[in-house]
Design a protein around this ligand. Sequence first.
Ligand code: IMP
Ligand code: MG
Length: 170
Amino acid sequence: MQTLFTREEIHTRIKELGDEITGIYSPFTNEIMAVCVLKGAIHFFSDLVLEINMNVLYSFVQVSSYSGAGSTERVKVKSWLDESIYGKHILVVEDIVDTGITLNYILGYFAKYKPATLKVATLFEKKAHRKVDVPIDFVGFEIGDKFIVGYGFDYDQKKRNLPFVGVEDA
Ligand code: IMP
Ligand code: MG
């Protein structure tokens, strides 16, 4: 296992993102609702909201993507919003945007519920396999074509609790 980002590096970047997010929203609101996309974003979400200097309401959705028939990818909803997002300032907090399919699905549904604003923060972005062009407002790190584990990221549901982000040695 090689460390790609230490816990300290992740935390330093998250502090910057928190400041950036606070700066973007504060001219027009003092309250947002952050929606954690489980399971992968759990640690990013919990560290990020602590760095946002305004009221942050919490909400959670759990989705997973899987390969359907042929090469189509599908998104399975395991749990969904438990309260209305209508008229609220919604910040979707994702772990990583890879093909963009998961985020595109979430944003498509959320937009129908008419939030006041809809923005996205993701800890990582991979551009190599992008299939859907999704708008992302706040990006922690852009990474190349590698598979990461730790700090919420799993390999077959394992390794999520590594306290750093790593890549398996080839
Ligand atoms: P999408 O391809 O953008 O729809 O991303 C789907 C999901 O795949 C992400 O939300 C992650 O949960 C997972 N994923 C993508 N890349 C990685 C990775 O490098 N490590 C672990 N999970 C990943
Ligand atoms: Mg995810």
